[in-house]
Design a protein around this ligand. Structure first.
Ligand code: BGC
Length: 836
């Protein structure tokens, strides 16, 4: 909608009506305003699926691979298709605004939301995000670029004050958001953290560069509860406070406006942006353009399965162990707890509830049906980490159905509401009742094994847990975190122990009072008695030894990779490294599959013949994995982030230091592969690395001799498929400059293109390089600048494997067109103020 259309609407609203619109009406909705025919907008998480307005395991969603896996595809067409699928899901669930993508960077592998961000590289992050945004918005649903900016660490994220130099801020951390704005993103979310001492919901960066330099026209939405003060946020370019109905703006903005403390123009601009967004999603006036699903419902699961193979990264494949020849196999031993308890997504606000999950074991079994036998052994005793009650051993005492009974009680303990639920993790009951004083989860539990069970209850305030009539936990547990994820989604568990007899059903009751501010999330979880580790390992090793091939699936836990806190360690959970080593010793044909959203330490990686990274693969995990293992598809992924073998090798590791909540990005622009190059240490696998099922020979790199500063140009890379099957190669182009007067990363990715070729075929990858690629942020000029003189371009298959080079000279922007510019060079628009 144009300003000419919006301004008359603004005139219909008085100050109170305007201010009311600027805070949410509820957790996920904005206010309606009949005076301008505005209906509420519904917002929802998250990047790997669309949860919808409720946090309820009965409202299922399609689950995509984790954003790390999506970025690993380096495939913008696929990302746009997946964005369209997200839009279809959003429409199905009545969602107008999707709170995705997450465009923060992989600065440290310990970052708690690493799985939810794309890459350590700003260009790959920006291009991946832009492709997804275009897909989402093609379905008439707004994408939201988040969290603007520098929310690269999670610990103490509401208070952390990120400090970095101006050049690093622009070249690295702001760059993906600029790409999102260029792609036309309709909304941006400001981050919780501070940058340079100013909280992001009041930051001058919202005005400039976001709105002024880049021309962003939509609203800046706060992160949930991220708007915590009145005047500084109201005067800043922050536009919408979420959630509602309470916020500092709801409480005080009208008065501040009337007292002249905030200008009417500032409020009008915020409302104008909100109305513009409403117009874009069809929530203003007459319904918007008719939306047609871009991905037919019948094709959705196939697309998700393709996304698994496209993002899977084959790190190592000694002797061409993969793909496995299905016809030549008689037996496969599948090993590892993650083969059945696969982690399809990361934890936190991004979580959605899958309808059905294809586990790695199920995918392998289906692929080998009628061809080979499949055995399964976890190889480890059951985890002692209590997991929310699931459907297998618990039932609702009232209906007898698998699941649990959830009740809301009044102050006298009388039941106000009851519902049957499918999990012992209740983030919210399906109704909100003002007079509810307590929430209760009740289940009949039949233990498969006898012995000492660990029971756990999650929640804040007054809690009690009763097992078989014995009250094992009772007390008041005050909030010790103000992080919304901790309070409302994943409260800490408090454990007790109870001896149970195998097969004897007991009643378990977890109850918590609904104390103000403590949230309602309640968890009832259990872990079985400790098993015998030695015999579990021995069974797995024997199975591996007896099979033609062993497939070991290892991975992280929800505790280690989740929102709200950074990881403490890159190590796999206890016992998994030993399991991999033992299985690989028992069977030389061992394939290790890593099921983690971000890097894990791989102390054994050179000892295993095949190593495949599936990330968190989403709901089609097992079928996608089987496609890769048995060669129905090539593993398409290339690492979006460098993986070290050991935590101590990682050059940039620091996250929020406690108790000083300043986080200094001391490494400046040298993160990821640039940091590894600078440190001189060798990672296990470089950024960009990933094997397919054929081989490639890099032939020639052709680039213009000279390029005018600010001009885009093309680089041509000839590659030949020297293997025996058709394949896809991601050709990468980097730049470096020796003797630069400005601080530069040792290497910077400036473009990439994928090509496909048949065996023996030679093809040319045309890599478009933007006019910004040679530039740096000049602190003196507060703008982009390009050094004149020589640059070296390098091309190859990863930041650590760049066989081709070419020299190129940058000449001043005012050099007449044609002077010295080589092939493929043309102006890259008027937006970059490049000067020499
Ligand atoms: C997260 C956001 C999310 C929001 C709403 C916040 O805690 O940081 O990414 O969109 O919650 O769930």
């Amino acid at each position: 909608m144009t300003d000419e259309e919006i301004d008359p609407l603004l005139e219909k609203l008085d100050a109170a009506q305007k201010v009311r619109l600027l805070t949410g009406a509820s957790t996920w909705r904005t206010h309606a305003e009949p005076a301008v025919a505005l209906r509420p907008l519904t917002l929802s998480d998250g990047p790997a699926g669309v949860r919808g307005e409720t946090w309820d395991e009965r409202q299922t969603s399609l689950v995509l691979p984790s954003p790390t896996a999506l970025a690993a595809s380096w495939d913008e067409r696929l990302l746009t298709d997946l964005g369209a699928l997200l839009a279809a899901e959003a429409r199905r669930k009545g969602v107008d605004v999707l709170l995705a993508p997450t465009l923060n960077l992989h600065r440290s592998p310990l970052g708690g939301r690493h799985f939810e961000c794309f890459s350590e590289d700003p260009l790959l992050t920006g291009r991946t995000g832009a492709a997804l945004i275009k897909g989402i918005q093609s379905g008439g649903v707004a994408a939201t670029a988040k969290h603007f900016v520098a929310n690269d660490a999670e610990t103490d994220r509401l208070n952390v004050d990120v400090r970095m130099d101006e050049q690093t801020l622009h070249e690295l951390y702001l760059a993906p958001f600029e790409a999102a704005v260029e792609a036309g993103v309709w909304a941006v979310m400001s981050a919780y953290n501070k940058v340079g001492g100013v909280t992001m919901s009041a930051s001058p960066l919202l005005a400039d560069p976001l709105k002024e330099e880049w021309g962003f026209e939509g609203p800046v939405v706060s992160d949930w509860g991220g708007l915590r003060t009145l005047l500084d946020t109201a005067r800043s370019a922050q536009d919408l406070a979420m959630p509602g109905p309470d916020s500092p703006w709801a409480a005080g903005l009208l008065a501040a406006l009337e007292q002249g403390l905030v200008s009417p123009g500032a409020v009008d601009d915020k409302v104008r942006r909100l109305l513009r967004l409403a117009g874009q999603v069809g929530a203003l006036g007459a319904p918007g353009p008719v939306w047609r699903p871009v991905v037919a419902p019948g094709a959705q699961r196939a697309l998700l399965r393709r996304a698994v193979t496209a993002g899977s990264v084959l790190l190592r494949n000694e002797g061409g162990l993969l793909p496995l020849d299905r016809a030549g196999l008689r037996s496969v031993a599948v090993i590892g707890p993650h083969a059945t308890a696969v982690r399809i997504q990361g934890g936190g606000s991004a979580e959605v509830f899958p309808d059905a999950v294809v586990t790695p074991l199920a995918g392998i079994e289906a692929a080998l049906e009628g061809a080979a036998t499949v055995t399964y052994h976890p190889g480890l005793p059951p985890s002692d980490r209590p997991l929310p009650l699931a459907l297998d051993h618990s039932r609702d005492p009232r209906t007898g159905e698998p699941g649990v009974l959830v009740r809301l009680l009044d102050a006298d303990g009388e039941e106000l509401h009851a519902e049957h639920r499918l999990s012992g993790r209740i983030v919210e009951p399906s109704v909100v009742l003002a007079d509810a004083a307590a929430v209760e989860i009740r289940a009949l539990f039949r233990p498969a094994d006898g012995g000492v069970w660990t029971w756990a209850m999650g929640g804040w305030g007054s809690l009690s847990l009763t097992v078989d009539g014995r009250e094992l936990l009772s007390g008041t547990f005050p909030l010790d975190s103000d992080d919304p994820t901790r309070v409302h989604v994943a409260p800490p568990l408090r454990s007790v122990r109870a001896e149970l007899a195998a097969g004897e059903e007991v009643e378990v009751v977890a109850r918590r009072s609904l104390d103000p501010g403590t949230g309602v999330a309640t968890v009832l979880a259990a872990a079985p008695p400790a098993g015998d580790a030695a015999s579990a390992l021995a069974r797995a090793v024997a199975a591996a030894r007896a099979a033609d091939v062993a497939v070991v699936v290892v991975g992280t836990t929800e505790e280690s990779e989740s929102e709200g806190h950074d990881r403490e360690s890159l190590a796999l959970p206890e016992g998994q490294d030993a399991l991999v080593r033992a299985v690989a010793r028992a069977n030389p044909r061992t394939v290790v599959v890593v099921n983690a959203g971000g890097p894990v330490a791989l102390p054994w990686h050179t000892r295993v013949p095949a190593l495949l990274l599936t990330w968190f693969p989403g709901q089609e995990a097992g079928d996608g994995l089987a496609d890769v293992l048995f060669g129905r598809a090539e593993p398409g992924g290339r690492l979006p982030t460098t993986w070290g073998a050991a935590q101590d090798d990682v050059p940039v590791l620091g996250t929020t230091p406690a108790p000083d909540v300043r986080l200094h990005y001391e490494e400046g622009p040298h993160i990821g592969y640039a940091a590894w190059l600078r440190s001189g240490a060798s990672p296990a696998y470089w950024f960009g690395h990933g094997l397919g099922y054929t081989d490639w020979e890099y032939g020639t790199l052709t680039a213009p001799d000279t390029v005018r500063a600010g001009d885009a140009f093309d680089v041509r890379v000839r590659v030949r498929n020297t293997g025996r099957r058709r394949g896809r190669e991601v050709v990468q182009v980097y730049v470096t400059r020796s003797g630069s007067a400005v601080e530069r990363p040792a290497l910077r990715l400036i473009g990439y293109a994928a090509v496909e070729a048949d065996p023996g075929e030679s093809v040319v990858a045309v890599v478009r390089v933007s006019g910004r690629a040679l530039a740096h942020w000049s602190v003196a000029r507060h703008g982009w600048d390009t050094e004149a003189g020589g640059f070296t371009l390098l091309s190859g298959r990863s930041a650590g494997d760049l066989p081709l080079t070419a020299s190129l000279t940058a000449v001043p922007a005012h050099t007449p067109a044609g002077t010295g510019s080589g092939n493929g060079s043309d102006r890259d628009g008027e937006r970059s103020p490049l000067m020499l």
